[in-house]
Design a protein around this ligand. Structure first.
Ligand code: GDP
Ligand code: FE
Ligand code: FE
Length: 191
């Protein structure tokens, strides 16, 4: 069973701050538009976009517990909210909200790191999160232009820039993010 957007909005109101919810609504709209443009299911795109940061404001202990409950790789314990909220968040959405649609769950699961071989819906949510109209950072305009031509180019650009940003700040890069880069960097040629 797929809940309606209205039902999900009521639930999210209790899970995240007003600012976070506004971001999630903009990602939802952006993802719906991209789905129409690229022939994905607009309803699934809107729902995945709306839900993608469901777990973003949960305390660390919820994620550490979930790693045990869902039998996830214990190496995850060495990371933090940035890496946890999408990956582990998808399991919380499944069990707490009863959402069983695997396309939606995977789009949430990989919205931060991406992965090699992303589905159309996964690419759409990954990019929508980066280019939603509230985003304002150097390079976002380029990403918005690229997505008009090619989702793969936009994925490559976003991943390259995220890695450069993290490296510049001396932050650790999650292996899945590097795998995504290696898999999509071929699309950076000519950019
Ligand atoms: P948000 O949840 O809407 O803020 O956006 P994201 O889920 O895409 O990213 C959350 C944060 O995780 C951002 O600050 C990213 O720069 C950061 N991030 C993305 N990839 C990685 C990674 O591989 N390692 C680490 N440590 N952080 C990452
Ligand atoms: Fe996120
Ligand atoms: Fe987000």
């Amino acid at each position: 069973m797929m809940p309606s957007i209205t039902e999900v909005l009521a639930i999210l109101d209790d899970q995240v701050s007003a600012n976070r919810l506004s971001h999630m609504r903009r990602v939802s709209e952006t993802a719906r538009d991209l789905a129409v443009q690229y022939g994905a299911d607009p309803t699934k795109a809107a729902l995945a976009g709306l839900l993608h940061d469901y777990a973003k404001e949960r305390p660390d202990k919820d994620f550490l517990e979930a790693i045990e409950t869902f039998g996830l790789d214990s190496d995850l314990k060495n990371w933090g909210n940035d890496v946890w909220h999408g990956f582990i968040g998808s399991y919380l959405i499944e069990t707490e909200l009863g959402i069983s649609d695997q396309d939606i769950l995977k789009a949430v699961r990989y919205h931060t790191t991406g992965r090699p071989g992303m589905s159309l819906l996964e690419k759409i949510v990954y990019i929508a999160d980066y280019i939603e109209p509230g985003r304002d950072f150097p390079g976002v305009e380029v990403a918005r232009e690229l997505v008009a031509h090619s989702l793969d180019q936009a994925v490559a650009y976003e991943t390259a820039h995220t890695i450069a940003y993290l490296a510049q700040k001396g932050m650790p890069i999650y292996p899945k993010t590097l795998e995504t880069y290696n898999s999509y960097c071929q699309y950076m040629k000519g950019l």
